[in-house]
Design a protein around this ligand. Structure first.
Ligand code: 2IT
Length: 447
């Protein structure tokens, strides 16, 4: 670890000791950029690391709402506006009971470098609430979203901060949030992405994160003269990212054999496709049910309270759920079962210890900030279309997404090579993202 990076990490831990996820994200990036700091003392003089770890603005607010029984509920809302050096703040909103300031800061920090890698002009932010949409009626979700936006609207805007979805925030929630923003501001603008296709959304935005991951893995395998055809893949979620990843992976000839959620994991050795894939797509968005329903409906194995990583033999593991879902023991089990590629579709799903296990075993590992950047990249394309007041065809958007993903893959490999870690995607992604953001900050002075 570089001495300057170590000093700043220690200062972050001392100042905010109760933010382990944020410490983890900062440590991973700052460990990677050691060779850059060695070669460029100007970043230290400009206190770039101290500025990167301090969000430009943190907004925390009360979100009161009335449930279907007439009882008053109170949740906590957040928006962490991390860094605007290369564009307006941009990043998703997460509605999940695990949301707190640490998770919001880690996600905003990751988003800053991810957005830089897309090459589009977007700064980094994240927001959300500890509200749990599971088990809530549509009207409860609507009232919650309206209350959330009643505070958030004064802090965002199409040239200021453009939120989108993340875990627990999909098309339904974006609709309610957009409706309330429009009503409060009396303005129809591209203030959110992931909008409905009939009112400013972009074709391919729903598919983009999953497709992007499949494009990224394809590039990784191509460096070894290999492809997705015939590969067995384990995934852990069944939401938007997982669903469209499965669709593209199947198109590329692979077989995806698991889905899961916080209750357990469904193992389908025949692979998810056709009718089963269509059901998976509707499982949450239409039926609002657990992954167990899939196992029941298609008569396959359901393992309660188990993660797929522990028992499934796969060539490729694609965590699509939550931070730190792959721990060291899970990583060891994957390696023992012959897994050769781990590609993060979620944000920071591997612990630092798990990544270490993969490195030791020579498993190819791609970090989320590179591999899952297709979602936010296509959000950037939605912003462009909104600004121009026109819509591109699916082929146009998908073509740009594909080009962006191959570009990110290339940028990771080039940065890794240039700074002495050839083939190391994590180091390459962190360095490439860091250089773009840090250089913009240098140009813009002490702000
Ligand atoms: O983690 C992510 O990149 C997202 N949730 C998407 C953010 C966005 O603004 O589309």
């Amino acid at each position: 670890m570089h001495e300057y990076a170590r000093e700043v990490i220690e200062a972050v831990k001392a100042r905010d000791p109760l933010e382990p996820e944020f410490h983890q994200a900062v440590t991973e990036v700052f460990e990677s950029v050691a060779p850059v700091l060695d070669a460029h003392s100007e970043y230290r003089q400009a206190r770039i690391l101290e500025r990167l770890v301090e969000p430009e603005r943190v907004i925390m607010f009360r979100v009161p709402w009335v449930d279907d029984n007439g009882d008053i509920q109170v949740n906590r809302g957040f928006r962490v506006q991390m860094n605007s050096a290369i564009g307006p703040y941009k990043g998703g909103l997460r509605f999940h009971p695990s949301v707190n300031l640490s998770t919001m800061k880690f996600l905003g920090f990751e988003q800053t470098f991810k957005n830089a890698l897309t090459t589009l002009p977007m700064g980094g932010a994240k927001g959300g609430s500890d509200f749990n949409p599971k088990g809530k009626s549509d009207s409860e979700v609507m009232r919650f979203c309206q209350s959330f936006m009643t505070e958030l609207y004064r802090h965002i805007g199409p040239d200021t901060d453009v939120p989108a979805g993340d875990i627990g925030v999909g098309g339904r929630e974006i609709g309610y949030l957009f409706g309330q923003y429009k009503r409060l501001k009396n303005e129809f603008t591209g203030v959110l992405t992931g909008k409905g296709l009939g009112w400013g959304g972009s074709l391919v935005r729903p598919e983009a994160t999953g497709y992007g991951v499949a494009y990224f893995i394809t590039e990784m395998l191509a460096t070894k003269g290999d492809s997705l055809a015939g590969k067995t893949i384990a995934i852990s979620g069944y939401g938007n990212v997982g669903t469209y990843f499965v669709q593209k992976a199947v198109e590329f000839g692979a077989k995806v054999v698991s889905i899961g959620d916080e209750y357990g994991c469904a193992f389908d050795p025949d692979g998810i496709s056709g009718e089963k894939l269509a059901y998976m797509a509707d499982l949450w968005t239409v039926y609002r049910k657990s992954a167990k329903e899939y196992a029941d409906k298609f008569d396959c194995e359901w393992r309660p309270e188990t993660k797929p990583w522990r028992f499934i033999k796969c060539d490729i593991a694609v965590p699509t759920a939550m931070q730190n879902e792959i721990e060291a023991e899970d990583a060891a089990a994957l390696v023992a079962n012959g897994c050769q590629v781990v590609c993060e579709a979620a944000n920071m799903p591997c612990t630092s210890e798990a990544i270490h296990v993969f490195e030791e075993a020579g498993v190819m590992y791609a970090p989320g900030k590179a591999a899952n950047a297709g979602g936010v990249a296509t959000s950037g394309l939605e912003m462009s279309q909104n600004s121009m007041r026109l819509s591109w065809s699916s082929d146009e958007v998908d073509g740009r997404l594909h080009q962006i993903m191959t570009g990110i893959h290339q940028a990771c490999l080039e940065a890794a090579e240039r700074f002495g870690s050839p083939g190391d995607y994590a180091t390459g992604a962190n360095i490439a993202g860091f250089l773009k953001v840090a250089n913009a900050m240098m140009d813009q002075g002490v702000v």
